[in-house]
Design a protein around this ligand. Structure first.
Ligand code: SF4
Length: 454
């Protein structure tokens, strides 16, 4: 682990790196940062002749970001002219995303398949990879999970039955640009089409990164806010995109402030991947804004345990220390995270950094997704491999977001073996059978088979 970069941001109380050290890092020793160096820890001479002049507190000299050895070695190799301070500036990361074939060729040994896919690509869902995230990719192994999720391959051009550009039918339930209003009490507020890293399996592949990576114009945001203000049945707003943390602090502050001023909006959530792919975005200044607006809930898109770096642990510690409830959303992806050991490492790692594994999604049938989609049976096997084998806090809800707009439908392995008289017969995680006396249930369930037995 390298030492720390310096930032002009002053940590809010309770979320300094040292505070983080006492929480996430203590729980996650494998990613613990090196001891902090700060001006306050300089050794003082033991017997000064004159009283030492009082040191002025320098509030601008506060360590704000860790940088892992791996990322730092990438920085030194591919951006030798860039200081750690610049590297840790999220805007620098945004500006220096890898966007072209030449950019990628410089840092990865591309396969013919990857090269051709990049050359053929046009339209939305371009590729874009922050230098930080690129530092996590295996330069030689095209089958590495993270690399497959970020670098295009020819699989994207294969169309199979049942795939759609808009599988969830979002576009047909959009009353004004940027809003999806399917359920009476909640809306999806798509404030931008810009993402720090474009996932190759994105449900909104038809929208993100299109038309020059634009965000909603101010007047469009005003129209969406006016719709929400005029619809008192909306109590829950999910701010998403694209990645809403691509917006600058000022705009986020304004949007959150406007939503918070609506008495019927009781619950605000932010859906983002930035803490995983651009953890430098979680600045103390951003955290202060979130705190000011009641620390909205945050759903973070995590894919693989390789994403759980010291930088990510620090970002999540900052958010958690500021009272932001954190949950993860993970898409089940073939050859990336579709086995029990990988998923177990992911969910355990998430708990250590105070992120509750929330949803495991069956990959949506977007156009060109067949190389990522697994059989549903694989997802059930993974839940079976987690449930009962680890704490329930670590077990996400496995769902299919029903094509055509049917909403999230939970899927569980079948733990009900059958019914025997008045008993319901259940199977536990270890395959042992147990009975539960359920006399009322027998009468209420007309499909119950009275002959079934354990
Ligand atoms: S971060 Fe989210 S919106 Fe952006 S490309 Fe990935 S899945 Fe799509």
């Amino acid at each position: 682990m390298r030492d720390l970069a310096l930032s002009d941001d002053v940590e809010p109380p309770g979320s300094s790196l040292e505070a983080a050290s006492a929480t996430a890092y203590d729980l996650f020793p494998g990613i613990a940062p090196a001891p902090l160096r700060s001006p306050h820890r300089l050794t003082q001479p033991s017997l000064p002749r004159d009283p030492a002049p009082k040191k002025k507190k320098n509030h601008h000299y506060v360590p704000s970001f860790v940088i892992s050895e791996r990322s730092d070695s990438y920085r030194r190799r591919f951006h030798p002219e860039t200081s750690i301070r610049e590297w840790n500036d999220w805007r620098w990361q945004q500006r220096h995303r890898l966007r072209s074939l030449d950019d990628l060729e410089r840092v990865l040994t591309l396969t013919d398949d990857e090269r051709e896919a990049i050359a053929r690509h046009s339209g939305p869902l371009p590729f874009g990879i922050t230098p930080y995230y690129a530092s996590l990719l295996d330069p030689e192994n095209a089958n590495q999970g993270l690399r497959r999720t970020a670098v295009p391959t020819l699989g994207e051009f294969v169309r199979t039955a049942g795939e759609e550009l808009d599988p969830l039918g979002e576009d047909s339930t959009s009353p004004v640009p940027g809003l999806v209003h399917r359920y009476p009490d909640r809306v999806l507020f798509l404030v931008t089409g810009l993402c720090a890293v474009y996932c190759r399996y994105c449900t909104r592949a038809r929208l993100v990164g299109a038309t020059g990576e634009g965000s909603l114009k101010k007047h469009q945001i005003e129209d969406a806010l006016a719709y929400i203000a005029a619809t008192p049945s909306i109590r829950d707003v999910l701010i998403s995109g694209g990645d809403p943390l691509s917006l600058d602090d000022e705009r986020l502050d304004w949007i959150l402030g406007r939503l918070r001023a609506m008495p019927h909006v009781e619950f605000i959530r932010i859906g983002t991947k930035n803490p995983a792919v651009l953890p430098q975005r979680i600045t103390p200044a951003l955290v202060r804004i979130l705190k000011k607006h009641g620390s909205p809930w945050m759903s973070i898109h995590f894919t693989h345990p390789d994403e759980l770096t010291p930088e990510v642990a620090q970002a999540c510690a900052r958010l958690a220390d500021a009272g932001v409830p954190l949950g993860s959303q993970t898409v089940l992806l073939r050859g990336v995270n579709d086995d029990v050991p990988t998923m177990r490492r992911l969910v355990h790692g998430l708990l250590k950094i105070r992120v509750k594994p929330y949803y495991l999604y069956q990959c949506d049938p977007i156009a060109g997704s067949s190389h990522f989609r697994t059989p549903v049976a694989r997802g059930l096997e993974i839940i079976e491999g987690l449930r009962g084998h680890t704490t329930g806090y670590a077990v996400p809800t496995y769902v299919i977001d029903a094509p055509g707009g049917g909403g999230k439908i939970p899927l569980l392995p079948n733990y009900v073996v059958g019914r025997d008289g008045n008993d319901i017969v259940l199977r536990n995680y270890a395959g042992r059978h147990f009975r539960y006396p359920d006399p009322e249930g027998a009468r209420q369930d007309p499909t119950a088979n009275p002959c079934a037995s354990a």
